[in-house]
Design a protein around this ligand. Structure first.
Ligand code: NIG
Ligand code: FE
Length: 396
């Protein structure tokens, strides 16, 4: 099966040619893409595209923009209930605190596998319709051996990017016994969850886990073959970013409160800083200064952090709009961070890029340029999504 998408007004490849100096977006105009067997087979000028008679299907982009599918590298999609009332109270002035996680734990434990699965698949469809073709999913609302196992198992049904986050918060039944809970996480819970997961994560923050506890969790995960990623510096500055860099984490996420030392350490590392603007939006916290990070040489990704507490958006275009409006990113940088940046945060080179050999994960925008993603906030601009070369519905 071959598919030719041609007459693309602006094509963001994220694969700059060697002579394209410092532009990481590898942007082509009047371009075409050939897809074969779910992979990108060829990218180039529309004038050089293969003859129509040589392909099975042709899509005329009519001068519109095509970008790589979004790589949303941070989400918590397996949970029960919601916390709309908590959000309403927050908008009236209440502060966000890590402890709210516990109310979702109760609702998640009460839900059946099928209820959680239905909800999860609904979120995947919702994301796909907004251009997301790769998603990472964390556990963390089970917090018992059986419930965490359930969450990673269900997440593994829809993505290979599954993260064990048993160390999300200390559950109510372990109140004042945090060390005992960490013993459970690094022992039986990790044993039960590791077979379903690729990553291990920890919420290293006041009200969640200390740096010493976080180190124990991450090192135990690594010893079981999982790769580390960290939630840090969401509610205040801390040592989580330094820990993530020291352990060679693929990504450290949030970074709402950064110290100069954090920025220096990140810039000298392979650890991506994943910014989650939906969280600052929904918790009324200050947006981090992405400009300062990028100028310092930090690799920045953008993700939604879809969860019922701190960020219940699943829209990468919404996050891009905030990043451009309030965090100092250019539209090109924000789109890169939401595609290639997410791929780096997941240590993937087959997504987030439109180049021969990559997965054919593509988004056709109802717009002449990717700038519209920030310029037209809240407008559904995704005209078509292809995942592994297969059209995912939407509209053309
Ligand atoms: O990434 N920071 C920790 N975990 C989630 C929030 C979870 C919740 O409030 O339910 C986050 O923001
Ligand atoms: Fe999170």
């Amino acid at each position: 099966m071959t598919l030719l998408i041609t007459n693309i007004g602006e094509l963001t490849t994220n694969a700059p040619s060697a002579d394209a100096s410092d532009d990481r977006t590898g942007t082509l105009h009047e371009a075409a893409v050939l897809v074969e067997g779910g992979r990108i087979a060829w990218v180039g000028s529309a004038a050089d595209a293969p003859d129509a008679s040589a392909v099975d299907e042709i899509v005329d982009a009519a001068g519109r923009a095509v970008i790589p599918g979004f790589v949303d590298s941070h989400s918590h999609l397996v949970f029960g209930g919601d916390r709309a009332v908590e959000f309403e109270e927050r908008m009236a002035g209440r502060k966000y605190a890590a402890g709210g996680i516990r109310s979702t734990v109760a609702a998640t434990r009460a839900a059946t596998d099928d209820e959680l699965r239905r909800r999860l698949r609904g979120f995947i469809d919702e994301m796909r319709a907004q251009g997301t073709t790769t998603v990472e999913i964390k556990s963390g609302y089970g917090l018992s051996v059986a419930d965490e196992e359930r969450l990673v198992r269900l997440a593994a049904e829809v993505t290979p990017e599954v993260t064990f986050l048993g160390a999300h918060v200390v559950p109510a039944e372990y109140a004042d016994r945090a060390e005992e809970y960490v013993d459970l996480v690094v022992g039986p819970m990790l044993d039960a969850c590791a077979p379903h997961a690729r990553w291990v994560d920890v919420f290293c923050e006041t009200g969640a886990f200390t740096v010493a506890q976080s180190r124990r969790v991450l090192e135990a995960g690594v010893a079981r073959g999982l790769a580390p990623r960290v939630h840090a510096s969401q509610l205040g500055p801390g040592e989580g970013i330094a820990l993530a860099v020291e352990l060679g984490a693929a990504s450290v996420d949030h970074g709402t409160y950064l110290t100069e030392a954090d920025v220096t350490a990140l810039a000298a590392s392979d650890t991506v800083l994943t910014l989650l603007p939906g969280v600052e939006f929904s918790t009324r916290q200050p947006y981090p200064d992405a400009r300062r990070l990028i100028d310092a040489g930090v690799t920045v990704a953008l993700a939604c952090d879809t969860n019922p507490g701190s960020s219940f958006t699943s829209s990468m275009p919404f996050c891009i709009a905030i990043a451009v409006r309030d965090m100092g990113m250019t539209p090109a940088e924000a789109v890169w961070a939401a595609t290639a940046g997410g791929a780096r945060a997941l240590r993937r080179d087959d997504v987030g890029v439109i180049a021969p050999g990559a997965r054919a994960d593509l988004v056709l925008l109802d717009a002449p340029t990717r700038i519209h993603l920030a310029y037209r906030p809240g407008v559904p601009l995704v005209a078509q999504v292809w995942k592994d070369g297969v059209a995912a519905g939407i509209r053309l």
